[in-house]
Design a protein around this ligand. Structure first.
Ligand code: HEC
Ligand code: HEC
Length: 423
């Protein structure tokens, strides 16, 4: 910096020092929240000390925790659930699209606070947490296993077998190779060895293997119920706001985040969809995204898969908690072509890249997407409500991003996020 520039900077700094107290006083009015804004914020926050309880550590949850980190769940023994849902990345993988047995075409979502969702996956193809597992295990791009092989794996390994049988009773007599071939699944192509092997099995034996799969899902779900965290700087700010419309400054919730929060619940209309304590209305929306290489129909496909799945809430493996009634009132699949589930925004700063196909690398890009109707071919129809979102200035976008960064919660206890045998 030249001498004169330095001088100018010094003068500017002095001027600011003189003016600053006045600025702060004038700005005070801007930082206060109206009654309406406070009500909106209250609906998003989880009162401190009122966090939904995480499920206890039980034998079942411990078994699920073990399974989550166990590579023997994959077809070739190389991948586990944790390959993609990495605990130190808020249970995501940092990739636009996951890479395991194959390259997936959807972005890996977080598992924090996942248990209470009514629908699972971006397209809601599963209506329960336990049944979601079955979609992963046999997906050739994910764990690429088949259910017969998985049942044999449990049977073969003494540790897995003991843990399974302690909770669920005896495994089927898998050593009878005539009844239970080494590989097979109803999803294997009909003319493949695995497809033929499955179809040759007695229905009761098929059911016994399906039951093993469902039970694995139940164990994994019991552990995922422990992944609960709501204590973010935002929740602490909301608690302060409940007592005072203009809470004192808070380092963890800077001025930009306050402005961003006001926008989020107000002018920017984000709470039309990102509402409630998970910042998601848990519904499916068509945002008019230009189609990507993989022509993903989203909820349309999800509804079809859900209806066809023997593991849905109306099927023979469902438990008491599963709600079959809502399956009777689902909309026609085509009406939701191109719609995806509103994702939770909790911990969003740690779950980049964004959107169902990971198309946006940063939060800023994700927010900017809303400002102008995107161009290009879309699947289905973009929702008109999106036109309510006004064009925002660069500073407003930065403020929204600053707010989204306050949704990080503290890490989960290590006892929950490491394989049980390493404790
Ligand atoms: C190859 C990477 C990969 C592996 C391995 C993997 N997942 Fe996932 N997971 C994903 C992706 C991608 C999605 C979104 C899928 C979709 O919407 O179609 C997902 C979705 C989920 C969801 C739904 C979350 C939500 O908010 O709807 C749960 C629950 C889940 N996975 C649990 C598991 C469990 C348990 C395992 C192990 C049995 C596992 N995942 C293995 C990548 C992976
Ligand atoms: C009409 C409903 C709707 C509105 C309004 C809306 N969103 Fe979204 N939001 C979604 C859906 C649906 C997705 C996922 C879309 C996809 O992946 O195809 C999403 C994704 C996101 C993501 C990426 C999250 C992730 O994990 O990938 C961010 C960030 C986000 N929205 C922020 C906002 C902000 C900020 C606003 C207000 C300016 C807003 N949203 C308004 C429905 C909405």
């Amino acid at each position: 910096m030249s001498r004169s520039a330095k001088g100018a900077a010094l003068i500017a700094a002095l001027a600011l020092a003189v003016v600053a107290p006045w600025l702060a006083a004038a700005g005070a009015g801007d930082t206060a929240f109206t009654e309406a804004e406070r009500a909106e914020v209250e609906a998003l926050a989880v009162p401190l000390g009122d966090t939904p309880p995480e499920a206890a550590s039980t034998e079942l949850a411990d078994f699920g925790q073990h399974l989550f980190f166990d590579r023997r769940l994959s077809g070739d023994g190389r991948f586990s659930c944790a390959s993609c849902h990495q605990p130190d990345r808020a249970f995501t993988d940092g990739l636009a699209l996951p890479e395991a047995a194959g390259r997936g075409h959807r972005n890996t979502p977080t598992l924090i606070n996942v248990a209470d969702n009514p629908w699972f996956q971006w397209d809601g193809a599963a209506d329960s947490l336990w049944s979601q597992t079955l979609l992963v295990v046999e997906n050739p791009r994910e764990l690429d296993n088949d259910r017969l092989n998985l049942a044999h794996t449990l049977y073969r390994h003494a540790d897995l077998r003991a843990a399974y049988q302690r909770r669920f009773g005896p495994l089927p007599p898998l050593s009878e190779g005539e009844r239970f071939p080494a590989h097979g699944s109803p999803h294997a192509p009909t003319d493949s060895p695995g497809g033929r092997a499955w179809r040759r099995m007695a229905p009761a034996d098929q059911e016994a293997v399906n039951r093993v799969m469902a039970n694995l899902g139940v164990a994994l779900a019991a552990w995922q119920r422990r992944l609960v965290r709501y204590d973010s700087p935002f929740d602490r700010f909301a608690a302060a706001l409940a007592d005072d419309p203009d809470p004192p400054p808070d380092e963890a919730f800077p001025a930009a985040a306050r402005r961003g929060l006001k926008l989020f619940v107000g002018e920017a209309q984000c709470t039309l969809c990102h509402s409630g304590p998970d910042f998601s209305n848990q519904a499916f929306h068509n945002l008019g995204l230009p189609v990507a290489e993989h022509r993903d129909t989203g909820r349309e496909q999800g509804l079809r898969r859900l209806a066809a799945s023997p593991f849905n809430a109306a099927g023979p493996y469902a438990g008491d908690q599963d709600d079959a009634d809502r399956l009777r009132f689902l909309p026609p699949p085509e009406s939701l072509r191109g719609a995806f589930k509103t994702p939770s925004l909790r911990n969003v700063a740690r779950t980049a890249p964004y959107f169902h196909d990971g198309r946006f690398a940063t939060l800023e890009e994700a927010v900017r997407f809303y400002l102008e109707p995107p161009e290009g071919e879309t699947l289905g129809e973009r929702e008109g409500t999106l036109d309510l979102i006004p064009d925002l200035t660069d500073r407003q976008v930065a403020d929204l991003v600053a707010f989204l960064k306050t949704l990080d919660s503290a890490p989960l206890p290590e006892a929950v996020t490491t394989p049980p045998e390493q404790r």
